[in-house]
Design a protein around this ligand. Structure first.
Ligand SMILES: C[S@@+](CC[C@H](N)C(=O)[O-])C[C@H]1O[C@@H](n2cnc3c(N)ncnc32)[C@H](O)[C@@H]1O
Length: 259
């Protein structure tokens, strides 16, 4: 039987990785590296550095899987995405078939935690569902959301309150119901700067946990321009940016539950 580990490697700080993940990295024979068109050299290097630092106890090899191109011109959006997912699953299956021997352990490294805005588990479920002979295990990781909250020294939720995690694209369609706290990921457009609300505080972080970490906090109306400027400068300097932010409505009364 072949074994696959999906290992959460945290959001960029090589020390924000669990003991379980380090133990898993040390058990790997083959690291599968997905070559994404939009993945920068910096992120590839950060992954390799983690392997060099922790996967020190047995010989291992790296196998690159080219991410199939997505047809963004197709008229039927859902069909195009479905087709793309199937081609990705086929690429994973071919690589596992060809490159991983019986009794060997392969790994996919997932940035942060594999359960949050990451497609690896959905693809593997599809491959495993096709009856291919391997078992797989998921090793959780520290998410960029947790790293952001820790960097700002804030709890994610108000007492007994809900937290809504979403994307920039979704937030642009309106503030979610029944929450005073929204965490926003995958926001290439800086949606926070265009929100109509005047009562929001923002806790923003880019490259959290890395040497380039940037943090800004304050009322959105006071700091939005500064964040827009700093993220544009950072993106121009490094060629890429990964940022996450928490928005909290000011002055909402706390519910009665305690923690
Ligand atoms: C494809 S999602 C992956 C999320 C990841 N699985 C996690 O658990 O954090 C990529 C998004 O995660 C966030 N992100 C990941 N690493 C980050 C970091 N070091 N600092 C700030 N945001 C980060 C950004 O919002 C980015 O657009």
């Amino acid at each position: 039987m072949k074994k696959i580990l999906v290992i959460g490697i945290g959001p960029g700080d090589p020390e924000q990785i669990t003991v379980q993940a380090i133990r898993a990295l040390r058990a790997v024979d083959v690291f599968f590296v997905i070559e994404k068109r939009d993945e920068t050299a910096d992120l590839v290097r950060l992954r390799l550095e983690l392997c060099e630092r922790y996967a020190t106890t047995r010989p291992h090899r790296f196998v690159t899987i080219a991410d199939p191109p997505r047809d963004r011109t197709a008229s039927g959006y859902e069909d195009a995405v479905d087709d793309w997912h199937q081609r990705r699953a086929a690429a994973f299956r071919d690589a596992i078939d060809a490159e991983l021997g019986d009794g060997e352990t392969g790994a996919f490294l997932a940035w942060g935690d594999p359960g949050l805005y990451d497609s690896t588990l959905r693809i593997l479920e599809q491959v495993a569902g096709a009856g291919d002979g391997f078992e797989y295990e998921v090793i959780p990781g520290v998410t960029s959301v947790q790293a952001l909250a820790a960097a700002h020294r804030i709890p994610l939720n108000r007492i007994g309150g809900a937290v809504h995690v979403t994307t920039g694209r979704k937030l642009a369609t309106g503030w979610p119901a029944d929450t005073d706290t929204v965490v926003v990921m995958l926001d290439g457009a800086g949606v926070f700067a265009d929100l109509p609300d005047d009562d929001l505080d923002i806790y923003w972080g880019a490259y959290v946990g890395t040497a380039d970490e940037l943090l800004v906090q304050g009322p959105v109306r006071d700091v939005a321009d500064e964040i827009v400027r700093r993220r544009a400068e950072a993106r121009a300097r490094k060629g890429w940016i990964m940022d996450t932010y928490l928005l909290r409505r000011r002055g909402t009364s706390a519910p009665s539950e305690t923690e």
